[in-house]
Design a protein around this ligand. Structure first.
Ligand code: CP
Ligand code: NVA
Length: 292
């Protein structure tokens, strides 16, 4: 049996293929706006299984909506009501579900849990977020950046805040799409060291948000406490003081810089209300683009 083509990290696809996916997303978005719902149902008879071990609004809704647009079906499996949630092994769950579904989308905690699932799956597995990576988010983010400001190669983005799963995927995107990413985190909250080393030619790390945003066409942030880190919220609010994206932060970036956030946002923490709601905030396109 051939190994299925999984999408666990951006690296699973060659740069040219990633660029084509982003371009295709923009084409599909335009076609939906201009021509209305498509009638060809290219995924008719196909089933997507979805296993979400963490909460989700955008990822779940976007996958289900896209599957409906393409004429296929989605089957959402809540761990609270499946045997996976009662301790059935990841390997056995993968063996069973991949005999029924044509593709499996998973959101979970450790990246190794996702990888183990993929090893035992007969069908492609898509990473819908792990503690380490959020590659689907970055397809939408690069698409949104390109939609608003044209091709991203050779440009600069700044990620301010926690060196988390979204930040790690931004670093991978910088390497694969050919832009520069400046990451500003408090010390102790740097992104994954192995990914940072691999992306060193495209990424710079600093503790200074001012330094990171200088000349950046995009300013990005994310929550200071990701899912699973709720108990650290208070401490993190203290540690991230000074890393909030404010109007002043945006004024230090390149003229006309846009603001992006994968959402959910905690207004008044990592970003001010004023920035996220300003015209330069493109977070609603970013959320919609998850679907395309
Ligand atoms: N951005 C994102 O992945 O959002 P959800 O957690 O709502 O899916
Ligand atoms: N870093 C956040 C992203 C949510 C989409 C988290 O993992 O909770």
């Amino acid at each position: 049996m051939m190994t299925p083509q999984h999408f666990l990290a951006l690296d699973d696809f060659a740069p040219e293929r990633l660029r084509r996916l982003v371009d295709r997303g923009l084409e599909i978005k335009t076609a939906l706006r201009e021509d209305g719902p498509r009638k060809d149902s290219p995924l008719r008879g196909r089933l997507m299984a979805m296993i979400f071990e963490k909460a989700s609004t955008r990822t779940r809704a976007s996958f289900e909506a896209a599957m409906a647009h393409l004429g296929g079906s989605a089957m959402f499996l809540d761990p609270a009501s499946t045997q996976l949630g009662r301790g059935e092994s990841v390997a056995d769950s993968a063996r069973v579900l991949s005999r029924m579904a044509d593709v499996i989308v998973i959101r979970t905690f450790s990246h190794s849990r996702l990888e183990e699932f993929a090893v035992h799956s007969r069908v492609p597995v898509i990473n819908a977020l792990t503690d380490l990576l959020h590659p689907c988010q970055l397809l939408a983010d690069v698409m949104t950046w390109q939609e608003h400001r044209g091709p991203v190669a050779g440009k600069k983005a700044a990620f301010i805040g926690d060196g988390n799963n979204v930040c790690n995927s931004w670093m991978n995107a910088a390497r694969l799409f050919g832009f520069h990413l400046a990451v500003a985190t408090p010390s102790g909250y740097e992104p994954d060291a192995d990914i940072a080393a691999r992306c060193a030619a495209a990424v710079s790390l600093t503790n200074s948000p001012e330094e990171a945003v200088a000349g950046a066409e995009v300013v990005v942030t994310d929550t200071w406490a990701s899912m699973g880190q709720e108990e650290e919220s208070q401490q993190r609010r203290r540690d991230f003081a000074g890393y909030q994206v404010t109007r002043e932060t945006m004024e230090r970036a390149a003229a006309g810089a846009i603001f992006m956030h994968c959402l959910p946002a905690y207004r008044g923490q990592e970003v001010t209300e004023e920035v996220i709601d300003a015209e330069q905030g493109v977070v609603w396109d970013e959320a919609e683009n998850r679907m395309h």
